[in-house]
Design a protein around this ligand. Structure first.
Ligand code: NOJ
Length: 446
């Protein structure tokens, strides 16, 4: 396929941008009154993060937000999706507000607007205040109230200037990795923790949306979902069944209750146990009519039947076992995935417009002569944008594309080795170098 894409192919009003997240870039983990988050705690466990890395300083965006925002401007990037660190503005999760934390986000928002950059604020990108985890975190139903209190503070302090709000970032990932597998903060495991966290996150996604709509007239409200196009590994019945179970968990679990369809419990028996944490009337509380939904896609998954996997009897065949092109995450490069997912999500009745709120790839880079040439990342972005356009031309109401991400940053349990940025960062000096992919994006956006 040739990629002579132009911005105008996507039509007027299509939102191009980049996405970032507070814990992955800000650093300043204990400065100016910020309280600890579950990630500040989790990185202290020597077994959890690649080479015992942490994000205490990360990209030092807390201090470098102004030049980094100016850089966005130089790159013609007019939309920046960033997140607010809950424990920076509410050090113990609830109660008193930390004015210095509020000041930071005011400076960031004001500087963005002055530079002509529209802020898209993610309210929860995985950094729950540790004080709330000490009370059970997402497994405690009170988290819905705690979260609403945080949302209210954000809307009251920033809602006069911020129009675009994203309630949750990838609830399936923070509940699955954080409360079932234990590989992300807070490192909890087991079905019971997982199902409780799922239900409270799903209640929070709807409650957060409702609250923003009530407090901020004219707000543009969405939430994001991780998703992967799923195919059976072999064309046999057993693998097809396994693939549809994986699809249910990875792609449908949070979307369907939001759309008012309830959890897909009839298709996966084990899910019925979620009813243990549900109260009468919850089905209604799970629904909210978002103004948009964000999909975040990186790859596809091939799934086979496996008797050894408890609960779902399905297993993902890793890309490295399949001799396909992969990224540093061992994710297959498969651009058509985003096209299939746009079609799939758009096929639900009453689904709002869709925005691709994350798309990107980690490849190892080399710096030579203060230049970073990254043809693989560039090709990845072009191919994915072409697939988004294909879906749009076929009638999918897709309204934006955000690259993950601006800066090489802290990739959670993988630490700093996966390089997702269109801008290279030397974490020792905090020097930034725009990669060729970044230069291409700037040119495309001109
Ligand atoms: C999804 C997450 O939102 C983001 O934090 C992460 O870095 C990227 N995917 C890449 O894994």
């Amino acid at each position: 396929m040739t990629h002579s894409l132009t911005k105008s192919d996507f039509g007027p009003g299509f939102h191009f941008g980049v996405s970032t997240a507070a814990y992955q870039i800000e650093g300043a983990h204990n400065l100016d009154g910020k309280g600890p988050s579950i990630w500040d705690e989790f990185v202290k466990d020597p077994r959890k993060i690649f080479q015992r890395q942490h994000a205490n300083t990360a990209c030092d965006f807390y201090h470098l937000y102004a030049p980094d925002t100016d850089l966005l401007n130089t790159l013609n990037i007019q939309n920046h999706r960033f997140s607010i660190s809950w424990s920076r503005i509410l050090p113990s999760g609830t109660g008193e507000v930390n004015t210095k934390g509020i000041d930071f986000y005011n400076r960031l928002i004001n500087h963005s607007l002055e530079a002509g950059i529209e802020p898209w604020v993610t309210l929860y990108h995985w950094d729950l205040p540790q004080a709330l985890q000490d009370r059970g975190g997402w497994t405690n139903r009170d988290v819905v109230q705690w979260f609403c209190y945080f949302v209210e503070q954000c809307v009251r302090h920033f809602g006069d200037r911020v129009k675009n709000w994203i309630v949750l970032n990838e609830p399936m990932v923070f509940t699955g990795a954080g409360y079932f597998l234990g590989v992300h903060a807070p490192g909890k495991k087991g079905l019971k923790n997982f199902l409780a966290a799922v239900h409270h996150a799903a209640l929070s996604q709807a409650a957060g949306g409702r609250l923003i709509r009530q407090l901020a007239a004219g707000a543009h409200i969405g939430t994001t979902f991780s998703c992967s196009h799923i195919e059976p590994y072999r064309p046999v019945k057993k693998d097809q069944v396994a693939a549809s179970k994986a699809d249910l968990l990875l792609n449908r679990l949070f979307l369907e209750p939001l759309l008012g369809m309830g959890y897909p419990v009839n298709e996966l028996k084990i899910l019925r146990r979620i009813e243990h944490v549900m109260k009468p009337g919850d089905e209604l509380l799970l629904a909210f009519d978002m103004d948009f939904i964000g999909i975040q896609n990186y790859t596809r998954e091939l799934v086979r039947h496996s008797t050894f996997m408890p609960f779902i009897k399905a297993k993902i065949i890793k890309a490295s076992q399949r001799k396909v092109e992969t990224t540093q995450m061992d994710w297959e490069v498969y651009p058509a995935s985003v096209y299939h997912l746009l079609k799939k999500f758009a096929a639900y009745p009453n689904v709002p417009p869709i925005i691709v709120t994350e798309s990107g790839a980690a490849f190892a880079d080399t710096v030579s002569d203060k230049q970073v040439d990254d043809p693989k990342r560039l090709a990845f972005l072009q191919a994915h944008m072409a697939e988004v356009l294909r879906a749009k031309k076929e009638g999918v109401d897709v309204r934006g594309y955000f690259v993950w991400t601006l800066l090489d940053n802290f990739e959670w349990a993988e630490g700093y080795y996966p390089k997702f940025g269109i801008v290279h960062v030397d974490h020792a000096t905090q020097e930034r170098i725009v990669k060729s992919s970044g230069k291409w994006y700037a040119d495309f956006l001109k």
